[in-house]
Design a protein around this ligand. Sequence first.
Ligand code: CAA
Length: 240
Amino acid sequence: MSRVAIVTGGTRGIGAAISTALAEAGYIVAATYRSDTRQAGAFEAETGIPTFRWDVGDFDACAAGVAEVAEALGPVDVLVNNAGITRDGTLHKMPLEAWQAVIQTNLTSCFNMCRVTYPDMRGRGFGRIVNVGSINGQAGQYGQVNYAAAKSGIHGFTKALAQEGARFGVTVNAIAPGYIDSDMVRQVPEKVLDKIIARIPVQRLGQASEIARGVRFLVADDAGFITGSTLSINGGQHMY
Ligand code: CAA
């Protein structure tokens, strides 16, 4: 029996690598996106993975979107909360909008998506939830009070829901990526990024596929004893 998986932000970057890795492993995957229709179309044409458009920061849109996926592909067994944005800037210059946008898209989205998928997983006695946190939620990062707060929230959320889901066969884990070669990291000014890479023991950026490998491990049917954990994949930059 093939498991059905939703990967949010699943058509680009780390999310695209997760979607394709799960599809290759035999999962029936739905990749969601918010705005880039052209990119989603190209991803769907290239991979054959169906894409669904909604804003994961909008609760009602999540409820409608998940219902659409379940109707098309079957009940959702696996949820990967990957969608995320940055609005970097030092606190003394950060507009409220940059705080709210990042909390909404990176943290409230996790509540929204879990709230609409978890009850059914709980009822059916099986579920796998992987939340993508960040090294910067673990360690903090200059210029990212919004992002660090949201990602830190992801790690707390994960441990709390793991406790609720455990006796119903629903595992909830986090992955904390370090600096991955992606559009998001390429937005960091070059001179800042060079300094960051110099502090990574492995001496390079990570690849999206190296995060996808961790997701595949955590969502496996035989990973039922792994819950509430955080898998750090960061080239040794932060050992936590
Ligand atoms: N620690 C201490 N001081 C720092 C610093 C740091 N990490 N980074 C910058 N500074 C200092 C600078 O050296 C500079 O000081 P001087 O003027 O004395 O040289 C001062 O702070 C101002 O720095 P900037 O010129 O960079 O300031 P800015 O206002 O133009 O930009 C910023 C600020 C937007 C935060 C910019 O520094 C930046 O983009 N930093 C990178 C933030 C980052 O790492 N984001 C991660 C994005 S990827 C991601 O989030 C994915 C993930 O999960 C890992």
